[in-house]
Design a protein around this ligand. Structure first.
Ligand code: ADP
Length: 798
């Protein structure tokens, strides 16, 4: 085979851009370039023949010889048509392959010397086989590619010249010009078919891949389209059902809320992320609700919002005095705090811990602090908190999870620098759910609380601007590490005179206001208030007193409404008309001197109290019985009193074997309040001795003190509270341990002036003052033991 070369001839040349014409192809060309138009015109003058060659680069406007492929197709111009835009449309038919031998010198158009190339038609079986493979490949290609019509296939099948077949098929393939040119330049028929077969194969594979990809894309599209459609439908359904606020409106509102909210960038980012997540949730999903709740919390917290402190000390002093009578120490401490704050600007201040019985104004002084500083006030009660999560929150994975109380408090404060009262810090418990005290430690520690982490909120919250104040009834129940971080201020309880002042200057005013009574409509005399204090309350603070005053106001209000224009005056005699019969007997704990009953003084968490200790000696076999809810320490104290009495039996003229022939019952009545501590020691001993000797105990005396086995009296704690209680009970004489004498200066003058305080160091002195009658049995001098070392005087005694 091989090209059949003949003589060269001269022809005009039309360079084609992005196009290639094979022999036997018929097609339209639009010609615009001037040189090309000239070439066409020239051809028309001759025999309408022209050489069509492709340019190697499509965008070259004026190709040089090098830009034009050497092999092209001699074609016949069948038709020419001038288009309105100046270009010419020609219909050409490819005749035969030809090769440029030489470019002629012609400036008007391209003119070349060409040599025709003819191929031999062969009918070798090998060629047939190749043709068949090409056809079947082409068929598959057509099936895959929708660009070629099936009619083309039918036309192609009819071609029996192998060279032409290759050319026609090739003209239908979307090949690059370079590849098409390669086929054009392949003169050998067999070679040409082989090359085409490889190209077809390649094209088919590409098409198959394309199809796979498009199928995948289509599937994906269908899925998202389906979801979109369903979601739109759901929206429509919700609208029909009256659920106007779809998630879209909700999300929009949250976004605008976020825009206005002030918060650190980190928090903002988190909220944005969560809003995006929420947006993707269907409106009814439970998880959407959880996310919404979280977003609401983040938006509601006062991340940066704060109030400005009023650091005017005089103003603060006025406010504190306006709200509270007395309470000098706490007030002074607060003013000092403010002074330092003014100098330092930012104080990692001490945490105040107000300790005292209920109703002494711990909460309300904290509220006053907030008022004087112009800060918000928040109070949370820690009583009964036993779960760390109550302080620090639950993780959001829990159903119904919430932030802890601290964060809840901050939210309701709305500012990040409130006065935050942690009430009843001594009433926290601890169990398997973790230690709330440890979590609280993080809240109160100035080193850590600028990045307090709540399990629910997850982002660190700055608590360092908060002023924490805590309260407790007793110090000894406060977890030690917490106590170390706080400055304790004791508020011991009020004397009767103080209560009177508080009632007439504060409580009455407050309650009248609360009950809508005008100043002149109700008047409560001082005598009446005194009667209320003495006969209707028995407490260290003024909480019950306030309730009773409220009662007076309530009843008066009713009277005034039923009889308008009425002015009510309540004097001492009228008190029972309003409050019913008196609840407590004012006066001595006992009405008469009694045998075996002694008034002791106790100190409990609700303040000081009096309690009567009774001892009965019954014929029996030497049993010692203790009843009345006593703690272990008090039981031991009773044992000590008992042993002391035995050891002094001779001097006391008690039969030495009294403990063998009698049962002794010691009872400490009144109330379900657990009583503990060693301070009832001398009281028990006195009651026991009175009962054994038959000598009565003076009703005017009350006592407190620990007893040793040899009768020494050891110091106790809470003398002030105890004295106030004794005063409330109308006691005239108090026996106290000698070593507590120094504490007498803490006792208000009003109390000290009305009672006698007798310091004692030995049991004999106690008996001397407490028992009524001749005490001649004590003439034997007492051996004062010097080396008594069981005293344990370093212990804190109650
Ligand atoms: P606590 O927190 O110690 O249990 P509260 O603060 O609840 O006591 O006080 C009970 C009531 O007694 C409050 O209405 C308070 O205003 C009033 N109160 C207590 N102490 C004083 C005081 N020194 N002056 C005026 N009111 C007082």
């Amino acid at each position: 085979m091989g090209p059949n070369r003949n003589r060269a001839r001269k022809l005009p040349l039309l360079p084609l851009r992005g196009l290639l014409v094979y022999p036997s192809m018929v097609l339209h060309l639009d010609v615009g370039r001037e040189k090309s138009v000239k070439a066409l015109e020239r051809a028309m003058v001759e025999d309408s023949l022209i050489l069509l060659c492709s340019q190697s680069e499509i965008n070259i406007e004026e190709p040089t010889r090098e830009d034009i492929y050497r092999v092209g197709t001699i074609s016949k111009i069948r038709q020419m048509l001038k288009l309105p835009n100046g270009t010419i449309r020609v219909l050409v038919e490819g005749i035969t392959r030809a090769e440029i031998v030489e470019f002629a010198a012609n400036d008007e158009y391209y003119e070349v010397m060409v040599k025709e190339l003819h191929e031999e038609e062969t009918a070798a079986p090998e060629i047939h086989a190749l043709m068949r493979s090409v056809l079947s490949q082409f068929e598959q290609y057509i099936n895959l590619s929708k660009k070629v019509t099936p009619e083309t296939m039918a036309a192609v099948m009819d071609i029996d010249q192998p060279g032409r077949l290759a050319d026609v098929i090739c003209s239908h393939l979307p090949l690059k010009i370079k590849d098409k040119q390669e086929i054009l330049e392949t003169f050998g028929v067999r070679e040409r078919l082989e090359k085409l077969l490889a190209m077809l194969n390649n094209e088919r594979e590409v098409l198959e891949l394309e199809r796979k990809i498009s199928q995948r894309v289509k599937k994906q599209m269908e899925k998202t389209q389906k979801e979109y459609y369903l979601r739109e439908q759901m929206k429509a359904i919700q609208k029909e059902l009256g659920d106007k606020e779809g998630r879209a409106g909700e999300v929009e509102e949250l976004r605008s809320q976020l825009e206005e909210a002030q918060m650190p960038d980190k928090v903002r980012e988190k909220v944005e992320k969560e809003i995006d997540r929420l947006e993707k949730m269907p409106a009814t999903s439970a998880e959407g609700g959880v996310i919404r709740n979280y977003i609401d919390w983040l938006l509601a917290l006062p991340w940066t919002n704060k109030t400005f402190d009023d650091l005017d000390i005089h103003n603060a002093e006025v406010i504190l005095n306006e709200d509270h009578y007395g309470l000098e120490k706490p007030k002074e401490r607060v003013l000092e705090y403010l002074a330092v704050q003014q100098l330092v600007k930012k104080l990692k201040g001490p945490i105040l811990c107000l300790v005292g019985p209920p109703g002494v104004g711990k909460t309300s002084i904290a509220r006053s602090i907030a008022r004087s500083l112009n800060r918000k006030f928040i109070r949370i009660s820690l009583g009964g908190v036993r779960d760390e999560a109550e302080i620090r929150g639950h993780r959001r994975t829990y159903v119904g999870a919430m932030p802890g109380r601290v964060i809840q408090g901050m939210k309701s404060a709305g500012t990040n620098n409130p006065v935050f009262l942690l009430d009843e810090i001594d009433k926290m418990a601890m169990d398997f759910r973790g230690d709330p005290a440890a979590a609280l430690l993080e809240v109160l520690d100035p080193e850590q609380n600028s990045t307090f982490s709540d399990h629910f909120i997850e982002l660190p919250f700055d608590l360092s601007n908060v002023m924490f104040v805590t309260t407790a009834n007793a110090v000894h129940n406060i977890p030690r590490p917490l106590l170390d971080r706080m400055e304790v201020l004791y508020i011991p309880g009020y004397t009767e005179i103080e209560k009177l002042q508080i009632a007439s200057n504060y409580l009455i005013k407050k309650q009248k206001e609360d009950h809508g009574l005008k100043e002149e409509q109700l008047q409560v005399t001082e005598a009446a208030l005194q009667r209320v204090i003495r006969e209707y309350t028995r407490e260290a603070g003024v909480r019950n007193l306030e309730q009773q005053v409220a009662s007076l106001c309530r009843k008066s209000a009713r009277q005034i409404v039923t009889e308008p224009g009425n002015h009510i005056v309540i004097d001492a005699e009228q008190v029972p008309d309003y409050l019913g019969p008196s609840k407590f007997r004012y006066g001595m704990a006992e009405l008469e001197d009694q045998i075996g009953a002694v008034t002791g003084l106790a100190w409990t968490e609700v303040g000081g109290d009096t309690l009567v200790i009774e001892v009965t000696v019954l014929p029996g076999a030497g049993k010692l019985m203790l009843t009345g809810k006593l703690g272990d320490v008090m039981k031991e104290s009773a044992q000590a009193a008992f042993s002391y009495t035995r050891s002094r039996a001779a001097q006391l003229k008690i039969p030495e074997d009294f403990h063998e022939k009698n049962d002794i019952h010691i009872h400490i009545p009144e109330g379900a309040i657990p009583k503990d501590g060693p301070s009832a020691g001398i009281t028990i001993a006195t009651a026991l001795i009175s009962s054994l000797t038959g000598m009565p105990v003076s009703k005017e005396v009350a006592m407190t003190g620990e007893i040793t086995l040899r009768g020494r009296v050891l110091p106790i704690g809470g003398l002030k509270e105890k004295s106030l209680a004794a005063h409330r009970a109308g006691i005239k004489k108090v026996l106290l341990p000698k070593e507590n004498e120094k504490d007498l200066q803490d006792i208000p003058d009003s109390v000290r002036n009305e009672m006698t305080f007798i310091p004692v160091s030995h049991m004999d002195q106690v008996l001397e003052h407490a028992l009524v009658g001749e005490i001649d049995f004590l003439t034997t001098p007492i051996q004062e033991s010097v080396n008594e070392d069981e005293s344990g005087s370093s212990r804190v005694c109650h």
